[in-house]
Design a protein around this ligand. Sequence first.
Ligand code: FAD
Length: 502
Amino acid sequence: DTALVWFRRDLRADDHAALYHALKRHRRVYCAFVLDTDILEALPRADRRVAFILDALRVLDADLARLSDGAGLLVRHGQALQEIPALVAALGAGALYFNHDDEPQALERDAAVGDALLARGVAVQSFKDHVIFERSEILTGSQQPYGVFTPYKNNWLKTVNAFYLSAYPVHRYAGHLATDAARIPVQIPDQTPPRMSANAATQGRAHRIPTLADIGFEPVKVNPMLMDGSDGAQRLFKEFLTRIDRYDETRDFPAVKGPSYLSVHLRFGTLSIRQLAREAHARAMQGNAGAQTWLSELVWRDFYHQVMHHHPHVVTSAYRPEYDRIQWASGPDADEMFQAWCEGRTGYPIVDAAMTQLNETGYMHNRLRMVTASFLIKDLGIDWRRGERYFAQQLLDYDLAANNGGWQWAASSGCDAQPYFRIFNPVSQSEKFDADGKFIKRYLPALEKLPPKLIHAPWTARPVELQACGVTLGENYPAPIIRHEVARMATLDRYSVVKDRK
Ligand code: FAD
């Protein structure tokens, strides 16, 4: 009566659907995580997300031990397709439990693992855990997926209740956690020797989770403000609840501590979406406008996940096929522009400060994700997929469904996207949302002395004015690589193929 729970994007020991169901039904439950080489090998050797995951695994291992003496996390380094069936066999487990991951590649992997196990008579059970409503749970009256957010949200709010929001009380069955887990070496003995150091292979709890070096990665700093693991996530959430009332007023101003900064924890499941939605929903029901707006953002998250489920073509193509007729800028000039955007050298301070925030911290404020995405697509004329890929490499909270949704929103090609003729003006966005230039100065110290009237568009100042503030365009800060008004006209032209042949 042994089961294995396979952890993936749900790195916490509490309120965990698969763990709860496994513990409830089986007397001896092991927990495992695979550092999947199929994913890791494609990443740069210095990657903040890998560091974040290892920290979260350390906390998870300790939390399992706290739930039951001797319990712990089994960590393997290799291909999930090999490692999970091997672990199931080595442990003599009769069932595998995991939570849904609806990204196309993950679905393929899970189906392959499932097939391998079912062929050997091992039961495979999977559960919704990552969102409040998944797949086809929220449909229109005619049983179709929603293509517009507001009616989806209204239905979501009408459907949600205590059943969907309550936590899975894992602790109730904690006695069923296998108590010899902590004594099982990091790599099971009958497998090929891993690439782990002797240090990681020792059995002491402190060394049970491999280090970055053990799996061939370089040390990297994770933004300490975002905090590690599920204990850090709880602290961050508690702190956010003290200012959730003001979220609706503060969320759009990047220099202000307005948003929750919880996205990385939602991405890796170091926090349960049920806990977040429950707290927000309770406050929203009492008329708290901040909580209502924040709950709406959590609904957007569900919305984009169901878009990906029903329309997997969005991963590589426009949600609206006519937008794939657009001819994007290409060639060496476009490549140089793209590079300037990536490195924060466009000459538009708000864009450059935002890209610097992304490159330095792995986080970017939501308003700035919209501004920088719009700038790449509608000022530089570059294919949204290139920007999407760059964000995917850099964002600590990178999530395929939300990132794709955000990029296709900015490109106007997505599900309930902004209309194509709506083109953000990067200067007015900057004036509106960073009026005194406080955010810009935080990331672009070269512009520190510029007064608010010059900081949003320094090229409009006279050179002597700039020099008085220590700025020389083209020397210590770039001249703008494009003129917005010209780019705007080119974009309207570029997008005309969308309406012409509809
Ligand atoms: P808060 O404002 O506190 O929001 C709370 C939570 O709601 C977030 O953590 C997130 O899980 C969810 N959320 C908020 N806005 C959205 C949204 N528009 N779509 C889906 N979920 C949302 N979010 C990601 O989690 N991963 C991404 O890779 C990602 N890429 C994006 C790319 C672009 C171009 C755009 C415009 C948006 C992207 N977003 C992405 C959505 C949003 O910007 C981030 O979720 C948010 O900035 C994270 O910060 P926070 O946790 O402080 O957000």
